[in-house]
Structures are given as C-alpha cells and as structure tokens.
Design a binder for this molecule. Sequence first.
Ligand code: SF4
Ligand code: SF4
Length: 286
Amino acid sequence: MHITILYRGSLISCNYGCEYCPFAKKQQSAAELAIDRQEVEKFVDWIAENSQHEFSVLFTPWGEALIHKWYQQALIRLTQMPHVSKAAIQTNLSCKLDWLKKCNQEKLSLWATFHPEWVNCHSFLSQCLELNHLGVSFSVGVVGFPQFKAQINYLRQQLPNNIYLWINAVKKELPNLSDEDRAFFQDIDPFYELNTQHYPSLGKTCRAGKSLISVDGEGTMKRCHFIKAPIGNIYAHDWETALFERLCINETCHCHIGYVHLDYLELEQVFGDGILERIPHNWHYN
Ligand code: SF4
Ligand code: SF4
C-alpha cells in the first residue's frame, strides 16, 4: 500500500522572524532540540523497518528544519530507501546546500518559501539556481501580500521557466486586494485562484486517514493536520488497522497540504507526482 505521511515533530523554532508567524525567531533549548532529533531518527528508522509499504513523506515543520543536520540526514536516508518514492520538506532555504549531493535526487523534493523581509531576492535566487544546478526538484512560494509584488516579479523573471513559483493566497487579505493585485498574482501563478478557496469538505471523501496520515514526534497518527483527534500510533503493533476510508468532519479545507487530498477536486490531475511539494504536472512558465 502507498502511504503518504505529513510529519510534524517537536520542532517549533526558526531562524527567520516573519511577523505573521507564531514561530518567528522562536528558539528552543539544546535539550528540546535533542528530543526533536531523537524523534526524527526514530521515525526514519520506522520507515526503514516498514518496507511492506511504499511511502511518500512531506516534512511540514513548525519552524525551519533544514538548518538542523538531523533533518538533512533524514532526507538523505529516506531518499535512498527502495520503498520510499518521495521525501520532501517545507523550508525557507536558508541552509547550506552541500549535503543535498548525498540524496537520491530522483526522490527528493523541496517546497521552498521566499520571505522577502528576511532574505534579499539575490541571495534567495542564488540558492534556487544552485538547487537547479544540482538537479534538485523544488517549488518556490511567496506569501501573496501586494507589498511583495516587485520582488515576486523579479523572482519570476530570473527563475528558470521550469521552476514553478506559487503564490500563497492569504485568505483573510483577499477582500483587501485590488483586481489588479489578483490579476498580477494569477499571471505569476496560473493556479493562484485555486488556492483562494475554502473548499467544502464536510462529509466528503478524502485520502486523509486512509492512505495519508499526519504523524507527530511521538508517533501519534491523525488523519491530517487539520483534524486533531488521534487515530492511532505508528509505533503500536496494530497501527495499520487505523487506516480506512473516512469522511471529512470539517466544514471546509483551505490549505494546499489538505485540500489536494479531497477526492472530488481531482487535483492529482493538476499536480500529478508533484502534489506533495506543490509542482504542477509538466510545469513550464510561459
Ligand atoms: S520562515 Fe517560515 S517558520 Fe520561519 S518565521 Fe517565517 S513563516 Fe515562520
Ligand atoms: S478535507 Fe482537509 S480537513 Fe478534511 S480530512 Fe481532508 S485534509 Fe483533513
């Protein structure tokens, strides 16, 4: 069986300080980070031991993970496992990139977000070009605030056309955007409007809980990041019995890492193999 896991462990710290983010410039003690490290290593060991399944893993940390060696090591190990088809991570791309050469590039993917208040366009772009040079698959995202339009435009012009630049629609800000702002975002990202919706999900079938789970540092399984009730624990002998079809119990779903798994939206037709790291199928910017 192919199982997708969204892993979010005990990391709650970041080297950047984006003002809209609860983890901005938050620090953790060495003891707290050691716990996160042990949890990540145990999780990767568990994936290694469960080769009866095929796995795709997306790390969705609360904070920046790739500045810590244990996340780099986790991706190196996961991408080398025959029964892992994808290992991806959300990152601000502030880390060094030399370790990426040790990954199996056919299975690695990065979801890289540009934060214009914390890194200048040129530095971020040079990291992106290095990734492209290394043959790493990645998407680039920017939060859709109108004040970032100049940097977004610059990035789109400088990034190779094979790199998808997506705009994260800030749902609360949508009423404040002008028609021109929305047209600009849509021009940069043809799938922008797809991300502006709160999709009805109550009672709908979704892969979450059946072939996709969210896992925390202690191994607690939830169907997704947006429904908090645990459904099991991956470290329990009977963890597989928790996987079966469930209907969504939330009214709506509005985050890419959630709604792309709603069956009725059929978004695998848009994203194909790049659904986790947010890269549209056969992407090329025109
Ligand atoms: S880089 Fe990401 S995790 Fe860090 S402060 Fe900014 S939004 Fe938050
Ligand atoms: S639709 Fe969204 S909230 Fe509902 S189960 Fe799927 S991922 Fe979770």
